[in-house]
Design a protein around this ligand. Structure first.
Ligand code: WTA
Length: 701
């Protein structure tokens, strides 16, 4: 670990240059069979996407879409770094994902919905049915007065009505903001407020781990929270999980709540022309956590985003219309937006949607589904892989499915888990792509092109065509490949999938993603605006990147981004708490989990009750995923002389690492007290290095 150079501080400016060592893994090659059928198998594709061909190279992506009117400018940089792609063109995402497939694929399944209860039958939705249902829903939304540019918040689980609603919004140019169904009502309410939505679309219930969840209860909390913040919601629209039957216990609010299934009867057979939107019109918002306590409304635009997810679904996921593709992510996150809904549908895919928990009722469930439905492309996250491996290492062998390719996304995958995925799940037949990217980037950045590059366990690979990656150190110097040093991973150029802005906060957009490495804020030249992704990474001599995790105080829990400050403010809603500090802890299954340290106000006695209320506060303000692994009540926080809480010291204790030299702290004695509380009397610390994301934790202010 880097050592302090300035005795008054424990951090070191050159932290990004810490040597990161790991054993080089052996490559695996994609099979000849896979290569022969792949959409993209020509290594010369990269010659078409060199920086000197930028931005025109991306015309190839736009050409995969159907435009009502052709665009005039590929990339407009006049308001840099607010990039506008495919300007002058007219397009509609709903048309591209549905209407244009009717001639050829009318009777083909667009979605196969698999309910969590195994006794319930699958629901197959053909492209024709999808077209009919999207039109009826669009007519209903229009009937309620919604129009292009309005925002609508969705708080929906994994049921077909979610993509139907998204596509209905897209048809009208209404900007959808889907909040992950597992987030709490309060979290949903603050997002309603930030996006100024007057309509909330939800569901009465859904199955999760064998329970029919009363989801309507969250809508009432969401509306109340939004109102307290100053945003009124006129209507809550509720889909019924079982059409014709209300499945929630929470009563309806007269005049506000509307059962969609009832209202839809008025719109039976109605058609709505897709609105021809400007290429750069906003398509959706997706809230994501960052350094501050306030989630950012990441805004994506129609033309660029759709072109990018369509092309990467074709070339990287290798989706052909006759494949059966299953992405086990939740549509409530960016992966589901890009690679369950928009990208696959634009490619006329057949996409499986599973309602529930992968290990319900047992660890054989995904493989049973894959066998029964003939799934041949499988897409999931390391947490699910670890969980399925732990609970049923030999389960995949019992089922006769065959995957041609598989994806992993959302977190770094350790080579051991990768090997199990390759050997057991993929039966050594399937190519694996490790796709590194984020909410802000719309689609894949660091990845292999599966029929072109060999795979290397634990590394995402080089990059998608047209993505030019660079790693900078803290001073803006390039960190070379093969140097063994880590730095901040950035993209030199914009690409069509890049976010357009943070909703309502242009300054935060510029500051967060470009503040560190842009030297000329007035420049209109894209070369001056490298995009800082927020991850630490190293590049091996072979050009492959290994992602080390977030460096902006975001904890990646089971592939889901949680802001430290969001968790800390949730803790502070408990009145007895004076100070709260949250740190990431390595977890065998979930990658990272939050651990909470709290200091009580003077005179307050430590008790289990306070701890329980801190846990409850996190579940209520954020959601169950924010549940801390432990809550420790400490006599005082370790602090610098200037009063800054040293989260890194706490992170070292939580991760059973040596705390290093703490003599320069204002209260060094407290460190040993806390260490004993967490680890017991005898030191259990190892000298081993902390992972990069944890080592850098708490540096961003
Ligand atoms: C992490 C999810 C390692 C990374 C698509 C990133 C990954 C954050 C990978 C974004 C990967 C995503 N290997 N780490 N293949 N994919 N990450 O916005 O830290 O929910 O910054 O988008 O997940 O999370 P987000």
């Amino acid at each position: 670990m880097a050592r302090a150079t300035n005795p008054n501080e424990l951090t070191d400016v050159s932290e990004a240059q810490i040597a990161v060592h790991w054993r080089e893994e052996e490559y695996e090659q994609p099979s000849e069979k896979f290569k022969a059928q792949a959409n993209m198998r020509d290594p010369r594709v990269f010659d078409r996407f060199t920086t000197d061909k930028f931005p025109d190279c991306f015309k190839e992506y736009a050409a995969m879409l159907t435009w009502f009117e052709p665009y005039k400018t590929v990339l407009d940089t006049s308001d840099a770094p607010f990039w506008k792609w495919f300007v002058g063109g007219k397009i509609n995402a709903s048309y591209n994902c549905v209407d244009r497939h009717l001639d050829k694929y009318r009777s083909k399944a667009a979605f196969i919905f698999v309910p969590e209860p195994e006794s319930e039958p699958d629901v197959v939705i053909t492209y024709q049915e999808l077209y009919d249902r999207v039109n009826e829903m669009a007519a209903l939304l229009k009937g309620l007065g919604l129009k292009t540019g309005d925002r609508v918040t969705l708080h929906m689980p994994m049921i077909p009505e979610l993509p139907i609603t998204m596509l209905a919004c897209a048809r009208l140019g209404v900007i959808h903001s889907q909040v992950f169904g597992g987030f709490s009502g309060q979290a949903c309410g603050s997002r309603i407020h930030d996006s100024r939505s007057r309509v909330l679309i939800t569901t009465d219930g859904y199955w999760r781990n064998g329970t029919l969840v009363d989801h309507k209860a969250n809508a009432d909390i969401a509306v109340r929270t939004a109102k307290e913040l100053g945003q009124d919601v006129d209507n809550v629209l509720i889909w019924q999980r079982y059409p014709g039957k209300y499945s929630a216990k929470t009563p309806l609010v007269a005049g506000r709540d509307v059962i969609i299934n009832d209202l839809l009867k008025q719109y039976k057979g109605k058609k709505v022309e897709p609105v021809a939107l400007p290429g750069e019109a906003p398509l959706f918002l997706m809230y994501s956590s960052g350094t501050t306590g306030k989630p950012k409304g990441v805004q994506h635009g129609v033309g660029g985003y759709l072109a990018y997810v369509t092309a990467t679904s074709k070339w990287i996921l290798d989706i052909h219309p006759d494949d059966v593709y299953w992405c086990m992510a939740d549509i409530g996150w960016i992966t589901g937006h890009s690679y369950i809904v928009y990208g696959p549908l634009a490619n006329a895919a057949t996409s499986v949607m599973y309602e529930g928990v992968p290990t319900f009722p047992d660890a054989g469930r995904p493989w049973r589904i894959a066998e029964r439905l003939g799934v041949n492309i499988f897409h999931t996250a390391p947490t699910a892989i670890r969980m399925l491996r732990k609970l049923g290492p030999e389960e995949p062998r019992k089922y006769k499915y065959h995957f041609k390719s598989m994806t992993t996304v959302g977190e770094p995958i350790e080579p051991e888990a990768w090997r199990w995925y390759f050997d057991e799940v993929g039966k050594r037949e399937a190519a694996i792509t490790d796709t590194w990217w984020m909410t802000e980037t719309g689609g894949f950045l660091g990845t292999t092109v599966p029929a072109i590059h060999p795979m290397k366990p634990g590394s995402c690979g080089p990059a998608a065509p047209g993505i030019h990656i660079v790693i900078y150190d803290e001073t803006g110097k390039e960190v070379g490949k093969g140097s063994g040093r880590a730095g901040n991973i950035c993209i030199r150029n914009p690409w069509p999938g890049i976010m357009q802005t943070i909703w309502g906060d242009r300054d935060r957009y510029v500051k967060t993603y470009f503040g560190k490495y842009n030297k000329n804020p007035r420049s209109k030249d894209w070369r001056d605006w490298p995009f800082m992704c927020g991850d630490g990474a190293v590049q091996a001599a072979d050009g492959y990147y290994r992602i080390l995790g977030r460096v902006d105080d975001v904890i990646n829990v089971a592939g889901h981004r949680l802001g430290t400050k969001e968790i800390e403010s949730a803790c502070l809603t408990v009145p007895e708490i004076a100070e709260a500090a949250v740190v990431p802890v390595q977890d065998e299954l979930k990658g990272r989990v939050p651990e909470v340290y709290i200091a009580l106000k003077p005179g307050v006695k430590a008790s289990q009750d306070v701890i329980d209320r801190v846990i409850k506060a996190n579940e209520e303000v954020i959601g169950k995923i924010a549940r801390p692994k432990h809550v420790y009540i400490v006599p005082d926080m370790p602090k610098t002389r200037s009063g800054k809480i040293m989260r890194r010291v706490l992170a070292s204790i939580s991760n059973r690492r040596d705390v290093g030299d703490v003599t320069t702290l204002a209260n060094p004695d407290v460190v040993e007290q806390i260490r004993t509380m967490v680890q017991g009397k005898d030191p259990v610390a190892t000298k081993g290095e902390l992972p990069e994301d944890i080592a850098k934790f708490g540096q961003v202010e």
